[in-house]
Design a protein around this ligand. Structure first.
Ligand SMILES: [Zn+2]
Length: 393
């Protein structure tokens, strides 16, 4: 996604429109408008010969119909996402937002459903809604008099497309709905992580197949979707593995405690600071004045400073004062997310009195991840706690 704007709220769920709709709506309008004849032919085969092509071909009408069908399509996508969201809310999950964008819709949850039946029902709800929307449009086609060719065209198109949308989403290509249904079923006989890994592997095979199909049929849109499925599936798979390894691990268990990290004074001249770096070989240092952390200084903070200036300038002149902190009791996964979101290399760890008790770097997390992953592979899970508690001291 690129940049999205909140346009309203429905059932307490914020609805956002992504800027990429400005590309995809005119694109769909043009594609549909240019293919009225072929679409009518297709609709004749599915809903019967009710539409008169000649009545649709004057002036701007094809493009108006194209726009109406494209907008209708995104309404259908929105209802599909609403289906996922409402079922999720029924099970007590919180929905962050529904976003309409380049490749359709996205309902963002603040947490993953962990119970297989919840995931199954949430995933299947979207396609069920799409089929229902298709049926409603089809009923509209049956009820509307034959002289309303334009309305029949749009409704007929939406009837077919919504059912197609449901079928396409049920392809077991994780993270498509079908892939989530597959994972939920796999979760019944193995762990959530294992099930995710298998669903992602199977999803990648389908994504490659879809991509090849797109290339062979010169369907760029399908190629983009296949690429997206591949990338999003991998990313979510990775995220799930990391989350499961860090499950129940707190920041205080993986941080570098205060007595183990090297601090510097804000008054320290930069050339002396360089010596500190040479001696300790950490990349970042909390800057401490009295008992208070007033900043963080890293190697990259004085990349721009010339060798002459290094003698004149002090740490306080170049340090970062905008400190990113995290509570020692926060989960390690949250710290991981925070480091990625803030795109910083380290977080200051604070206790409930807001005092700095440690430092958490990406390296700390990566090292902890590797240790924990090895430990989790072993049958005894009790072993996990030991090295972490030792680290804490
Ligand atoms: Zn869906």
């Amino acid at each position: 996604m690129f940049r999205s704007y909140r346009v309203g709220t429905l059932f307490g769920i914020p609805l956002k429109l992504d800027i990429s709709l400005l590309i995809v709506l005119p694109f769909f309008t043009a594609v549909i408008g240019a293919q009225i004849d072929q679409i009518v032919e297709l609709l004749d085969g599915v809903i019967g010969p009710t539409i008169d092509t000649d009545a649709l071909s004057g002036g701007l009408l094809p493009w108006i119909l194209g726009l109406a069908a494209a907008l209708g399509l995104f309404v259908g996508v929105f209802l599909h996402e609403l289906g996922h969201s409402l079922v999720a809310m029924r099970y007590g999950y919180e929905i962050d937002s529904i976003t309409l964008w380049l490749l359709g819709g996205l309902a963002q949850f603040t947490e993953q459903p962990r119970q297989w039946s919840h995931e199954f029902l949430i995933a299947i709800a979207g396609p069920v809604v799409s089929v229902a929307v298709g049926i409603v449009c089809y009923i509209g086609v049956l009820l509307i008099p034959e002289s309303f060719d334009s309305v029949l065209f749009v409704l007929g198109y939406l009837a077919v497309l919504n059912v197609f949308l449901a079928v396409f989403n049920m392809i077991p290509a994780f993270p498509l709905d079908g892939g989530r249904v597959l994972r939920s079923i796999l979760t019944r006989s193995s762990s959530f992580t294992k099930a995710t890994e298998r669903a992602v592997r199977i999803g990648k095979i389908f994504a490659v197949a879809l991509g090849l199909l797109g290339l062979l049929t010169f369907n760029i849109f399908l190629v983009i979707i296949a690429f997206f499925i591949y990338m999003a599936g991998s990313a979510e798979g990775r995220h799930t593995v990391i989350a499961s390894v860090f499950e129940d691990v707190r920041v205080k268990e993986v941080m570098t405690p205060k007595d183990r990290f090297q601090t510097v004074s804000p008054e320290l001249p930069l050339d002396e600071f360089l010596n500190t770096v040479m001696n300790h070989r950490h990349s970042g240092y909390p800057v401490v004045e009295g008992n208070r952390v007033v900043g963080i200084v890293t190697m990259s903070d004085f990349k721009e400073v010339s060798p002459d200036e290094r003698q004149k300038k002090r740490v306080a002149d170049v340090m970062t004062q905008d400190l990113k902190t995290i509570s020692a009791d926060e989960s390690a996964m949250e710290a991981f997310t925070e480091l990625s979101r803030q795109s910083v290399g380290r977080l200051l760890v604070t206790n409930d009195r807001n005092e700095v008790v440690g430092l958490l770097t990406r390296t700390d997390l990566i090292r902890a991840f590797e240790i924990l992953q090895q430990r989790k592979l072993q049958p005894s899970s009790e072993a996990i706690q030991v090295p972490l508690e030792q680290q804490q001291r």
